[in-house]
Design a protein around this ligand. Structure first.
Ligand code: SAH
Ligand code: SF4
Length: 369
């Protein structure tokens, strides 16, 4: 077991500390709290990587950084290496492959429309949940990402936007590789950092957490009144149909999941998004749309219908546009709003399958009756 002294020698990531933690660390090493604000802004708002160039730092702060920041010292910053930057043919999506310090590679996707940009980040290397149609699930679980590794992806996307002459990010979705609620603490710390006003300032109402249906995580988000949007990936409206696509459904059965969604709704009064990957002949029939509508009765729900992105490990194919529209019409007749998400950027992200485009004119939304 680690002693407290030994634990405190473990290098800490400046990207992965909340403002309060950073302030505590800096006060403990003899600096005034005002310096914490300066460092926080430099790191989280101005995206400074090299403190040597930050001339506006006062001499005591510069001394502190020289003593405490860098290889083998108390603090470090993740610096993932970009190994690919692929733009989609329509120019609206860019997918980055980032290599982490231990060689693991993760995906971060930047999506933009009319100057409004969304970043889609990964929360794990691989995923333990094994959804049959998902490239990440087919890969299996490798490891959890640290808060700093999640924040670093947002920094990467923000820098890319600035370099292209755009304003900053508007929205964040946790729909990249991994299951966010299977890495709960790291994800919540990262979101606190990302939404902090003096830093990246992506407000909680601009952040969506997508989960395969980790029931304890959903209940914990409700109990802790986490202010983010929740999206639940359903894909099937009966236990058997869902479990065939989402093995995690055996651990957290559909009935339990829906009960958790109802608890979440009654405790937060917040609309829940439900994701439904449309697979031809598997979950796109009118009868299945009827069952989904029945399942969501009484909830403030919005359904995102995502035609399947083909992956090597799964033989299914995407639903045809006409079937997607009929599915949507049935939901609408039951008063359930939905959006068919364009597979925008599919040419760069076919193997990822986790793109979610920003709301745009090219999407077909219905409000329900
Ligand atoms: N683990 C979380 C978040 C990451 S996946 C979750 O499952 O919700 C984000 C979304 O992409 C999920 O709704 C998931 O079902 C969907 N997805 C994964 N692979 C896909 C594919 N090949 N085609 C279409 N959607 C896919
Ligand atoms: Fe994991 Fe989500 Fe992929 Fe399922 S869809 S395997 S939960 S990343």
């Amino acid at each position: 077991m680690l002693t407290v002294a030994a634990a405190s020698n473990i290098p800490r990531s400046l990207l992965g500390l909340t403002f309060v933690e950073l302030e505590r660390e800096m006060i403990a090493s003899g600096l005034s709290p005002v310096h914490a604000r300066t460092v926080w802004r430099a790191v989280q708002r101005d995206l400074v990587k090299d403190f040597g160039a930050a001339e506006y730092f006062s001499p005591p702060l510069r001394r502190w950084l020289t003593e405490n920041f860098g290889a083998g010292k108390r603090f470090f910053m993740e610096a993932p290496i970009e190994t690919a930057d692929i733009a989609s043919g329509d120019g609206l999506t860019r997918k980055f492959l980032l290599r982490l310090a231990d060689g693991q590679t993760i995906e971060t996707v930047l999506m933009g429309f009319k100057g409004r940009h969304t970043v889609c980040v990964s929360t794990q290397a691989g995923c333990a949940m094994g959804c049959v149609f998902c490239a990440t699930g087919q890969m299996g679980f490798v490891r959890q990402l640290q808060p700093g590794e999640i924040v670093a992806q947002v920094h990467h996307a923000q820098r890319a936007l600035h370099a292209a002459g755009h304003a900053g990010l508007r929205n964040l979705v946790l729909m990249g590789m991994g299951e966010p609620l299977h890495n709960y603490d790291a994800v919540m710390t990262a979101l606190e950092i990302i939404s902090e006003r003096g830093g990246l300032n992506i407000g909680p109402s601009k952040i969506t957490i997508s989960t395969v249906g980790v029931v304890p995580g959903i209940l914990r988000m409700a109990a802790e009144q986490r202010p983010y949007h929740l999206a639940v990936s359903l894909h099937g409206a009966t236990e058997t149909e869902r479990a065939a696509l989402v093995p995690a459904s055996r651990r957290w059965p559909l009935a339990e999941l829906m009960a958790a969604c109802r608890t979440y709704f009654s405790q937060t009064r917040r609309q829940i998004f439900f994701e439904w990957t449309l697979i031809a002949g598997m979950n796109d029939s009118p009868a299945q749309a009827e069952r989904l509508a029945a399942l969501l009765t009484g909830l403030d729900a919005h359904v995102n219908l995502i035609p399947l992105n083909p992956t090597n490990g799964f033989a299914g194919i995407a639903t045809l546009t006409a079937a997607a529209k009929s599915f949507q019409k049935i939901l609408q007749a039951s008063g359930i709003p939905s959006t068919v998400r364009q597979r925008r950027g599919i040419d760069v992200a076919a193997g990822c399958g986790q793109l979610r485009a920003e709301k745009s004119q090219t999407e077909t939304s219905t409000r329900g009756n």
